[in-house]
Design a protein around this ligand. Structure first.
Ligand code: SF4
Length: 225
């Protein structure tokens, strides 16, 4: 049920609502956070924008019954993890590591003249993906730039938001936690759905490291294997 509601939210994972991600906001809306007051939809400023009004309407219709079902413990177990854009079934959903706002992405920045350092926000388009991403650099190591998604705060008129435009990048790896589905073996080629993916598109890659439910996936491809 959390994922069903998350899919109706804008998907920017920007934190403007006061929660670390759209998924956390969805959990709070359902009443899963044990908060003292009801959480209003208006905490997400994007839900008032024209392009999100239809989904906002859908949330307003569905939320009362969802809250009831949640409170009564009648929570659907989502047995199948299916991409929205391609309808493909994934082996698992990939959620952020504990304390992280989004799954980590390792980038190969193609523009060698682009200057940046840890703490900068990059504006980039992953090769093969039509969506522009905004990621804050948390590590640079041997040419791999590790980022976490941040929302497009400039859409809200935040003048201090000055991302560095680095054009098209290769997404080389993802790191996160298997939140739903089966935990894969090292060496397996897998299909997975990053929970922060705005298109909710199934990705493929190879597991190169796992520890409990934490996994690192390399050889990322949007043409799913
Ligand atoms: S888009 Fe931003 S403000 Fe809206 S629910 Fe997602 S994280 Fe919260």
């Amino acid at each position: 049920m959390v994922m069903e509601l998350t899919d109706l939210l804008p998907g920017y994972n920007c934190g403007e609502c006061g929660f670390r991600s759209c998924r956390e906001f969805a959990r709070a809306l359902l009443g899963a956070r044990d908060l003292e007051t009801d959480v209003p939809l208006d905490l997400c400023p994007f839900l008032g924008r024209d392009r999100h009004l239809a989904k906002r309407g859908e949330i307003e219709v569905k939320l009362p019954e969802m809250r009831l079902r949640w409170a009564e413990g009648k929570v659907d177990e989502e047995v199948e993890i299916r991409g929205v854009i391609d309808g493909l079934v994934a082996d698992f959903a990939l959620a952020p590591l504990p304390g992280d706002p989004s799954c980590r992405e390792d980038l190969l920045v193609i523009d060698r003249d682009a200057g940046f350092e840890v703490g900068d926000v990059l504006r980039y388009r992953p090769l093969g993906c039509p969506i522009t991403h905004f990621g804050e650099i948390i590590k640079i190591d041997h040419g791999l730039v590790t980022v976490q998604m941040v929302g497009p705060r400039h859409l809200l008129g935040d003048d201090s938001f000055a991302p560095r435009d680095v054009g098209v990048c290769m997404v080389a790896a993802f790191e996160g936690v298997v939140s739903r589905g089966r935990v894969p073996e090292v060496g397996e080629t897998v299909r997975f759905l990053p929970v922060h993916c705005m298109m909710q598109k199934v990705h493929s890659g190879v597991i190169v490291h796992s520890e409990g439910r934490m996994v690192r996936i390399e050889g990322i491809d949007l043409k799913v294997w």
